[in-house]
Every structure is written in structure tokens, then in C-alpha cells.
Design a protein around this ligand. Structure first.
Ligand SMILES: [Ca+2]
Ligand SMILES: [Ca+2]
Ligand SMILES: [Ca+2]
Ligand SMILES: [Ca+2]
Length: 275
């Protein structure tokens, strides 16, 4: 009888050399005080985020915010120890999207998210006493992944060096769907990456920066050097919204906040002003 030779492990070895810019599931840890100032996070490419923390008694509220990188479905599952923890998701417009009812055994749910909209998650204890620990699983099934590789929320704009000055900026235009993803590496503090666009309509741009390796800051100014917007990655603020005006040219600068290199994926979603 012929024996089959054992298969080689080439495949397993290849899997270990993942592209550095592919970001897999992220964990967001509860850092107090977050009762009033929500902690901001972004979804990695696989759409999987864990939020872990402690609901310290009845009075502790833990707030987290994120911007939907695309439209899609969010599945939520709450696990807790030493007591029950309730989760609530609201949209920025005040609508209540989802609420778990741990005392009725309802610890999961789903919600439909809209691209570019901010959402807020609140976690708090539903137990009479004690401080339950929670582990919330969020699985976002949008189009962030794009089927492995090229993907991204919108049209990808990959930086091309040198782009260290406004005159060398990588130029892009927003496509019909309004979504763009800037991709690149901020190689230490000295590497400035400039991108540039001219608003073809007035409206709002919602931005979210996801970076690995180092914190990466985004700044926006007009071509006349008027500051428009900046993120504060050291404070956990990696996104927001700014207004743009028809015909004005905007410069976006991405820069590492440390000597380390940060690979970034920056999603920009344009929403025109309704006339
Ligand atoms: Ca807490
Ligand atoms: Ca809290
Ligand atoms: Ca660069
Ligand atoms: Ca550069």
C-alpha cells in the first residue's frame, strides 16, 4: 500500500507573513473617567472589536463612540462576570438603536449602521451590588474588508513619496459615492504625508484614522493655511467632521506622533449640504 507523503507546512508559513497594513480584531479597554467623555475607537479591517471593562457599581457609566466606516450590520454580544451588564447604542441624532435586557436574558442584538454616522455605546451594571466585568463583542459586517487585500471603505488613495510638502501633496477627488481611503506609512516624526483635494460641492467630511505601529495625527488646513480640523490621537480622538466649501482646496497632513512608523488607513466620507 502506498502511503501519502505528509503535506508540507508552506501554507502555514505564508499565513504568518500577513501584510502589515491588514489590521485584525482590536480590543478597546475601559479607561476611567469615561462617564462623560466617551472613548473613541475605529473598526479594524475584519470588523471585529472587543470592549472590555468593569461596570464599577450602579453609578459607573462607560461610554464609547465610533463612526461607521461604511453602511452595514453590527452584531453585538455582551458577556459579563459577577453580575449583569446592560448595553445601549444610540446614533448621534439621539435615536436609540439597540438595548440589551440582561435581566431578561437578552444579551445580544443587531443594528443597521449608516456610513459616516457617529454612534455611542453605553455600558452599565444592572446588578444591585458588585462590579461586574464585561467583554462585549462587536462584529461589523460592512464593506471595510473588501474581501481581503485591496479593500477599504472607499476608493483607495495610496501615498507616493516624496509628499512631504504641500507642493508635493498627493491629489485626489471624491468619487460619486463620496468615500475615500488614504493609505500610507508615517515613517517617524520627520515624515509628513500631504494629500490634497478641492471641494466640488459644499458639505461635510467625516474622517476616521486607524493606525498601527504608532499614533498618527491628521491635520486639515486650507491652501491659504487656515486651520480646519485636527485629530488628537493622544487623547483617543481619531476622527470627527469638518465642513468644506465649494471651490476651496484642502490639505491633509498625516504624521506619526512618535519616532516609530505608523501605518494608517484614513477614511473620509463626503456628505453634500442639502440645498
Ligand atoms: Ca468602568
Ligand atoms: Ca465609567
Ligand atoms: Ca509616508
Ligand atoms: Ca512623506
Amino acid at each position: 500500500m502506498k502511503r501519502r507523503s505528509p503535506t508540507t507546512s508552506t501554507r502555514a508559513l505564508q499565513l504568518e507573513t500577513l501584510e502589515p497594513r491588514v489590521m485584525l480584531s482590536a480590543t478597546v479597554a475601559d479607561v476611567e473617567p469615561n462617564d462623560r467623555n466617551p472613548q473613541q475607537f475605529t473598526f479594524p479591517e475584519d470588523g471585529l472589536v472587543h470592549i472590555v471593562g468593569t461596570a464599577a457599581g450602579r453609578k459607573d457609566k462607560d461610554f464609547f463612540v465610533f463612526t461607521a466606516p461604511s453602511s452595514g450590520k453590527l452584531d453585538v454580544s455582551v458577556a459579563s462576570q459577577n453580575g449583569a451588564v446592560a448595553l445601549e447604542i444610540e446614533s448621534s441624532r439621539g435615536g436609540n438603536l439597540l438595548e440589551t435586557e440582561p435581566n431578561d436574558g437578552v444579551n445580544t442584538g443587531s443594528a443597521q449602521l449608516q456610513a459616516g454616522r457617529p454612534y455611542r455605546i453605553r455600558l452599565r451594571s444592572e446588578s444591585k451590588s458588585g462590579s461586574p466585568a464585561y467583554d462585549v463583542t462587536l462584529q461589523f459586517d460592512g464593506t471595510i474588508n473588501g474581501g481581503g487585500g485591496g479593500g477599504g471603505t472607499g476608493t483607495a488613495v495610496v501615498e507616493s513619496e516624496p509628499n512631504n510638502s504641500p507642493a508635493q501633496a498627493d491629489v485626489f477627488t471624491f468619487p460619486e459615492t463620496g468615500a475615500i481611503q488614504l493609505q500610507g506609512v508615517a515613517a517617524g516624526k520627520k515624515d509628513n504625508d500631504y494629500f490634497k483635494f478641492t471641494a466640488e460641492q459644499s458639505g461635510a467630511v467625516t474622517v476616521a484614522v486607524a493606525a498601527t505601529g504608532s499614533l498618527v495625527q491628521l491635520e486639515v488646513e486650507t491652501s491659504n493655511s487656515i486651520n480646519v480640523f485636527e485629530t488628537e490621537p493622544k487623547d483617543g480622538v481619531n476622527g470627527g467632521t469638518f465642513q468644506v466649501q465649494l471651490g476651496v482646496t484642502y490639505l491633509i497632513r498625516l504624521r506619526s506622533k512618535s519616532d516609530a512608523s505608523g501605518a494608517y488607513l484614513t477614511d473620509l466620507v463626503f456628505t453634500p449640504t442639502v440645498a
